[in-house]
Design a protein around this ligand. Structure first.
Ligand code: ATP
Ligand code: MG
Length: 578
């Protein structure tokens, strides 16, 4: 293919509003253009990358026996009402009313639709198991689209859904998907880490996430050195902290005036104390119930752990009015003393129960209470009280005595054991061997195709541009025609044609530009192999070959160039099992 015939609008400057390398480089290399917040056009090069990732995903899915289908983007709200996710998905799910007054959603995922398919088609255990997948655009009205295609509103997802007669059969497919994901990400040239994850609003019993470690990732990976144990922070367990030594004759609680200091930091500065000596009180409202969570001042609540404890109910922090009504004080001054009785549930973090003494809000605007002793001044036991792990792990925490370590990552895929959550609500049933009606067991498996491209760029770039793994690069080879003479053009064209005939994806930079401009663009786009044909090398009968990932180049005779390039392409591909 000729560069002069493709739309490759490269940009020299770093675009404004693009904060991270993958976003900047996808714009600069002319892979994509923004249409509106969180929506993008994939230009010819970007679309080639996307197609290559899709092909790898499709090959590996087919190998497992999964069957490709295509489901509609516009789905009736009634299906989502059956599962209850019309509520759970909240504003992330885009909805519209059609001309007949029917309410629809733009598919953020497709459990409901595929389960209704199974409800209609599934009759007998003999049809099970099966695994259906699609590769299609999904729409999520993300609160904060950012980082280019990493968190966009419209994105390409591979989503698969498996149906089973029992849990053992689900385990087999789950493992097959897990293994397929390992192969997919390896073949896409990504160094991935698998972490245990919470199943979130998906529901279900088990989930693993495939993450690409990188500084700009939105997820936090918690792991233990030299151990296979790793978690998304939402799931990471922590050892209970040692109980602090009880203070002999602890002083009585004492109200202190803390005018206008409603944050932990401000209170600490004002009272000359440390966050770890504070007890913070969070108030959630959930399905008309009030939940109070107590945490140490230096800890953050873990919404997933709390959701699990509440039996899967979504939890939202209560609004100002609810807090004011409950505590009689402004936000920032809530405390457990005298408040716990008013709550439907109280969740006390293990580390609060381990404190000897602390400072809390006084349920009175501009006041805190000093010398609060857990167990003496507020209860640690009771019908509505649960002491549990409800916080995020932090630096210094351990699990099973081993230090927890942290790094950031991008979630590129996730697999879930769904169990019967959707099949029971939507009625996906079958008759078992004994003619008895049973509810199907399900798994679901997602991959963000856009995130494959963006995370490969996040992991592979330098000051000059992208360094693509060959498997998802828009082209495998770029030939830089460095000069206007006919013999240069002819030699470049011949090499291009030879490589193309040999099945190599090759781009011929035939533009009327200076060699320097062409080299810069080739580096920016990140095509793995560059072959340069210029006046001097040609006079010596040579072609210069350079790998994008390496700094040295080598000269190869023009007769051997095609063969040599094919050998390099093959060896790069072999490394990735392509
Ligand atoms: P996140 O936690 O990042 O919001 P998620 O867990 O909600 O993602 P899933 O429902 O598991 O996402 O979707 C499957 C895959 O789709 C994810 O693993 C991710 O790679 C991709 N994905 C999800 N949301 C987006 C988005 N807004 N933009 C791009 N890709 C996304
Ligand atoms: Mg996920």
């Amino acid at each position: 293919m000729k560069y002069s015939q493709l739309l490759i609008p490269t940009i020299k400057e770093v675009p404004a509003n693009a904060e991270i390398p993958s976003h900047q480089l996808m714009l600069r290399a002319g892979l994509m253009r923004k249409v509106a917040s969180g929506t993008y056009i994939y230009l010819p090069l970007g679309f080639r990358c996307l197609q290559k990732a899709i092909n790898i995903v499709r090959q590996e899915m087919n190998k497992t026996g999964a069957q490709e289908i295509l489901m509609p983007s516009v789905q009736p709200i009634e299906l989502w009402q059956k599962s209850g996710r019309d509520v759970d998905y909240g504003e992330t799910m885009a909805r519209f009313t059609d001309r007949h007054g029917r309410e629809n959603v733009l598919s953020p995922t497709a459990e409901e639709v595929v389960t209704s398919l199974a409800a209609n088609e599934l009759k007998s255990y003999k049809q099970l198991p099966f695994n259906l997948y699609q590769i299609s655009f999904k729409f999520r009205d993300e609160f904060r689209p950012r980082f280019g295609v990493l968190r966009s509103r419209e994105f390409m997802m591979k989503d698969a859904y498996s149906f089973h007669a029992d849990d053992e059969s689900l385990d087999v497919t789950y493992k097959a998907m897990y293994d397929a994901y390992c192969r997919i990400f390896k073949r896409c040239g990504l160094e991935y880490v698998i972490v245990q994850a919470e199943s979130g609003e998906m529901g279900g019993s088990g989930s693993d996430q495939f993450t690409i470690p990188c500084e700009n990732g939105e997820d936090v990976i918690v792991y233990i050195k030299d151990s296979p144990l790793a978690w998304n922070i939402e799931k990471a367990p922590v050892d209970a902290l040692e109980k602090q030594k009880a203070i002999k004759n602890p002083p009585k609680p004492e109200e202190v005036h803390t005018p206008k200091v409603g944050t932990i930091e401000a209170v600490c500065e004002f009272l000359k104390t440390k966050p770890k000596d504070m007890i913070k009180t969070l108030i959630y409202s959930c399905e008309d119930q009030i939940i109070i969570a107590l945490l140490r001042g230096d800890h953050d609540a873990n919404p997933e752990k709390i959701t699990q404890l509440l039996g899967g109910k979504a939890n939202d922090l209560a609004d100002e009015a609810t807090i004011a009504k409950l505590t009689g004080a402004a936000v920032g001054f809530a405390g457990p003393v005298g408040l716990m009785e008013k709550a439907d549930h109280v969740l006390i973090d293990l580390s609060v129960a381990a404190m000897a003494i602390g400072i809390t809000g006084a349920n009175k605007t501009d006041y805190h209470i000093k010398n609060v002793v857990p167990g003496r001044d507020f209860k640690l036991e009771g019908d509505n009280i649960q002491v549990a792990d409800i916080r995020n792990a932090i630096d210094g925490d351990t699990y099973q005595g081993k230090k927890l370590l942290f790094k950031r990552g991008i979630e590129v895929g996730q697999v879930f054991k769904l169990g019967r959550k959707y099949s029971s609500k939507i009625g996906a049933k079958f008759l078992d061997e004994n003619g008895k009606e049973q509810i199907a067991t399900m798994g679901c498996y997602g991959i963000g195709i856009n995130r494959i491209i963006a995370s490969a760029i996040e992991a592979g770039n330098d000051k000059d541009g992208i360094i693509f793994p060959i498997s998802i690069a828009p082209f495998e080879v770029i030939i830089t025609q460095a000069g206007k003479d006919d013999d240069i053009k002819d030699a470049a064209k011949k090499l291009h044609d030879d490589l193309e005939t040999a099945g190599i994806e090759v781009l011929l930079d035939d533009r009327k530009e200076r060699p320097g401009v062409k080299f810069k663009d080739a580096d920016l786009i990140g095509i793995p192999i560059r072959a340069t044909i210029g006046k001097r090398s040609l006079a010596e009968g040579n072609v210069e070959i350079k790998l994008r990932a390496e700094s040295d180049s080598k000269n190869v005779s023009i007769e051997k160039a095609s063969e040599e390039i094919q050998t390099i392409v093959n060896s790069l591909k072999e490394k990735l099992n392509i």
